[in-house]
Design a binder for this molecule. Structure first.
Ligand code: TXA
Ligand code: MG
Length: 359
C-alpha cells in the first residue's frame, strides 16, 4: 500500500515529513511536489532506489534522472567540475526551475544517470521539496511522477492516479506553481546549451552567461540526424491517450479547420475535445451548437492566449482532463514559441506526436 500524506507548503508539519524522510533513507520511493511538476524521488546515490524508480514509472533505463539538492554546496558532491557559467546560473536562478548538466563524479551510480558520464542537478524552490532533501540528508533522484509517456503530474490527484500501489509514499502538497518541467542546460561545453526549454528562458540564460545555444532537436521531430541530447526528449511524451492534432496558422483558419475536423469526427461517432483559449472558446461553442453535434464534444480552455504562465500551468492538467473525459480525438491550437512559449510548444508538439496541421 501507498501511504499518502498531505502537507501545506506554508506550514509544514515536520513530524509528518519525517515519515517521508525515513522512507527515502530506507531506499524506498517518495513522490513530492516541486515548483515545476511532482517528482518521484529516491536516494540518488543508491542504485537499488534508482532501479525502483525506473520500475515504478515503466521508464526506459537509458533515460537519466535529475538529482535534487538543498544547497548550492551540495553540487560538488556529485559534479566533477563547476564551470563559471554554472556558478552564475546557480547564483541567479537557484533555488528554482533550472537543471544544470555537469560532468559526474564516480559516487553517482550509473543507474541514476542512465549510463551517462554527466549528471543533471537541480535545487527546487518548493519548500516541501527542499525540506525533504535537507531533513532526510538524501540527495534525491527524481523524474516527474507520472507513468512514463503520460502528461507530467501537476496536482496531488494526478500522482495518486498514476502511482498509488506502485510506490511507498506520496506527499500531496496541492497544485504546483509553474506546471512545466525545469529548463535543462548543459554546462559541460564552451557555452550553455538548452536541452529542454522551461520557465527559465533562453533570453534569461543569455543575459546571465553572455551566450546560449539551443539543442536543435527541441522543436523538430527527432530522426537519425537529429537526436536530442537529453535522452528523455526523444520519446513520445506528455501524451494523452486520444489522438491529438494541433492546428497552426492564422487564427480564423485554425478555428475553421478545428470546427470542420470536429464535425467530421463527431459524425464518425467519435467524442471530441477542443483545447481553446478564453478568447475563442465561445466561438467553438456557437459553431457546434447544432443538435447533431451537441453532447459529442467538450471545450476546454487553457487560459488567455497572451497569458503564457497560465497556459503553462494548465497544459498538463488539460491533457489529463481529456483522458478522464474519455474522448477519442483532441484538437488544439498552437501558440507563440517565444520566451516561455518555447517550453509550451515543445511539450505540445511532443504530446501530439508531431501531428501538426498547417492551415
Ligand atoms: O522540473 C523537473 O525537472 C522535474 C522535477 C521533478 O524536478 N523533473 C523532471 O524529470 O522533469 P524527468 O526525469 O521527467 O526529466 C528529466 C529530463 C529527461 O529528458 C532526461 O533525459 C534529462 O532530463 N536529463 C537528465 N539527466 C541528464 C543528463 N545527464 N544529460 C542530459 N539530459 C539529462
Ligand atoms: Mg518526465
Amino acid at each position: 500500500e501507498t501511504i499518502i500524506i498531505e502537507l501545506d507548503e506554508n506550514n509544514i508539519d515536520y513530524d509528518k515529513l519525517e515519515i517521508a524522510c525515513k522512507t527515502l533513507r530506507d531506499g524506498e520511493l517518495v513522490a513530492f511536489p516541486t515548483e515545476t511538476v511532482y517528482g518521484l524521488g529516491g536516494d540518488a546515490l543508491n542504485e537499488t532506489a534508482a532501479k525502483r524508480i525506473y520500475a515504478a514509472k515503466g521508464r526506459p533505463s537509458d533515460n537519466p534522472l535529475i538529482v535534487h539538492v538543498a544547497e548550492i554546496s551540495d553540487v560538488s558532491k556529485v559534479a566533477r567540475e563547476i564551470p563559471d557559467m554554472a556558478t552564475k546560473l546557480m547564483e541567479k536562478y537557484w533555488p528554482g526551475p533550472l537543471t544544470l548538466v555537469f560532468k559526474k563524479k564516480d559516487i553517482v551510480p550509473n543507474g541514476t544517470t542512465g549510463g551517462l558520464d554527466t549528471v543533471g542537478v537541480r535545487m527546487p524552490s518548493n519548500k516541501i521539496a527542499r525540506s525533504l532533501i535537507k531533513q532526510s540528508g538524501v540527495l534525491i533522484a527524481a523524474p516527474s511522477a507520472n507513468i512514463s509517456g503520460r502528461p507530467s503530474p501537476t496536482k496531488g490527484e494526478h500522482v495518486i492516479y498514476d502511482m498509488e500501489g506502485r510506490i511507498a509514499l506520496i506527499i500531496d502538497g496541492g497544485d504546483v506553481g509553474i506546471g512545466l518541467e525545469s529548463t535543462i542546460v548543459d554546462v559541460t561545453g564552451e557555452m550553455p546549451v538548452i536541452l529542454r526549454p522551461g520557465f527559465i528562458t533562453k533570453d534569461m540564460i543569455k543575459e546571465t552567461c553572455g551566450s546560449v545555444s539551443v539543442d536543435p532537436a527541441i522543436l523538430e521531430k527527432p530522426d537519425k540526424d537529429l537526436i536530442p541530447k537529453a535522452p528523455g526528449m526523444k520519446y513520445k511524451h506528455y501524451a494523452p491517450k486520444a489522438d491529438f492534432i494541433l492546428y497552426s496558422g492564422e487564427s480564423d483558419r485554425v478555428i475553421s479547420a478545428i470546427v470542420k475536423e470536429s464535425k467530421e469526427s463527431i459524425l464518425q461517432g467519435k467524442m471530441v475535445a477542443i483545447i481553446a483559449t478564453d478568447e475563442d472558446k465561445d466561438i467553438y461553442k456557437n459553431k457546434l451548437r447544432n443538435e447533431e453535434y451537441s453532447k459529442r464534444f467538450y471545450i476546454l480552455s487553457i487560459g488567455e492566449r497572451e497569458d503564457e504562465k497560465t497556459i503553462a500551468h494548465n497544459l498538463f492538467a488539460v491533457l489529463r482532463k481529456c483522458d478522464e473525459l474519455g474522448v477519442d480525438v483532441i484538437l488544439g491550437e498552437t501558440y507563440s514559441d517565444e520566451g516561455l512559449g518555447m517550453a509550451i510548444m515543445n511539450r505540445l508538439v511532443k504530446a501530439c506526436g508531431y501531428s501538426i496541421c498547417e492551415v
